[in-house]
Design a protein around this ligand. Sequence first.
Ligand code: GSH
Length: 233
Amino acid sequence: MIDLYTAPTPNGQKIHIMLEETGLKYVEHFIRLDKGEQFSPQFLAISPNNKIPVIIDHDGPYGEVTSVFESGCILLYLAEKTGKFIPKQPSKRLEVLEWLFWQMGGFGPMLGQAHHFRAYAPEKFDYAYNRYTNEARRLYQVLDIRLDGRDFVAGGEYSIADMSIFPWCRLHGRQGQDLNAFPNVLRWFESITERPAVAKDLAKLEDKADQMVWDKESWSNLFGSEQYRRKNP
Ligand SMILES: N[C@@H](CCC(=O)N[C@@H](CS)C(=O)NCC(=O)O)C(=O)O
């Protein structure tokens, strides 16, 4: 059994999708990021970077209880555990890892900045707004070129690379992008959306997202003084 510590965000959603796709048994624990639950000593003990997602696998390697943070690492861990959604053939496996790292190092962080400067920043900073909107467009172009003539991002099959990229594309509007400008991304996006495991997961998380409260306290927790205060154990 796996405990999943999560929230209704793209990085959380990746792991929901993987768990649903693999059929592994799991229990979800929603962390209220708006309420600062990510700073509790219990949570920091399994997630030192104060971020979801985290899993605790009660049947980890050698039967040990194993805890994993960082969504890309969790996807890889689950792929290796189940032998699913990562090709065995070395060059295909490498391709999947390349695109997983592309998402983790670029697509996610840059789109996160686009969200911040377009939707959450208290003032409009033209330079940052344009920089991250343009960078988002560049990354979507890279993805569009990659998906030309391909059904999946890497390794010739549906994999953890697709699962890691897909949830970020759901928020394309917030990143100032129109998927019609990226026809290969749009085709791929629609086909992933239709997967039963993904559809089930999306419906469940929509409700949770609506519960987030946006006020002074949540601002401080996510982007202000509470986020930056050193959390001594
Ligand atoms: N690189 C991390 C990023 C995780 C991340 O940014 N999580 C956000 C939600 S999507 C979070 O927990 N934010 C809470 C906070 O910053 O305090 C991963 O991929 O797991």
